[in-house]
Design a protein around this ligand. Structure first.
Ligand code: AMP
Length: 189
């Protein structure tokens, strides 16, 4: 199977060639078409299986197709929540690589650092936000941004999130998301 057969658009194919990805991994082959059809996904996948690209590529493609040509301040269309700062940074780096030939804006937020730079980036306008739960809820409660325009919500490492005691944060978050949305949940177990 080739990425072309998954109907991935040229700007992303070009970025994947730059990364020397030759073919999709099994989870990418399965998940990408489903996400592109705007269906929900409950995926079981360990780190190292290509899970990040499995959700990032179709998210970038959907947002690019719908809003890539729009002018004005981008709306926050996709939220990716993951338990640790390291994972959050990794996901944001991958999104940067896969979206480099599009106009999409993205950023990452996590706790343990001052919020000023993160807040500035969000206020400039972004399409995709990668976040750890604590900082995410903190900035929302300060009224810095809201989740009203989200179309695609990703919960990455859902099992680890529960192990780390994030269940109440996740419950709060789910209440803030629009009811009509696409949800992608990934768990290692
Ligand atoms: P992940 O499971 O998302 O943490 O990805 C693990 C590693 O596999 C990362 O370094 C990716 O850059 C790499 N990767 C993801 N998809 C592919 C692919 N289709 N071909 C080659 N490498 C890949």
């Amino acid at each position: 199977m080739r990425f072309e057969e998954l109907e991935i658009i040229d700007p992303i194919l070009k970025a994947l060639r730059d990364k020397n990805y030759e073919e999709p991994t099994p989870i990418q082959e399965k998940a990408i078409p489903i996400v592109l059809k705007r269906k929900d996904v409950l995926g079981c996948a360990q780190t190292g299986t290509g899970k990040t690209a499995a959700f990032s590529i179709p998210i970038i493609q959907q947002i690019h197709n719908r809003e890539g040509q729009k002018s004005g301040k981008p709306k926050l269309r996709s939220l990716i929540v993951t338990p640790t700062r390291e994972l959050a940074i990794q996901i944001d780096e991958s999104i940067k690589d896969y979206s480099k030939y599009t106009n999409l804006k993205h950023t990452v937020i996590f706790g343990g650092v001052k919020q000023g730079k993160q807040v500035r980036k969000i206020r400039e306008g972004i399409h995709i936000l990668v976040a750890t739960p604590g900082r995410l809820l903190d900035l929302i409660s300060q009224g810095i941004f809201n989740l009203d325009d989200i179309k695609i919500f990703v919960l990455d490492e859902a099992d680890r999130m529960l192990d780390m005691g994030f269940i109440n944060d996740i419950r709060k978050l789910l209440k803030m998301l629009p009811e009509k949305r696409q949800s992608l949940f990934f768990s290692a177990t």
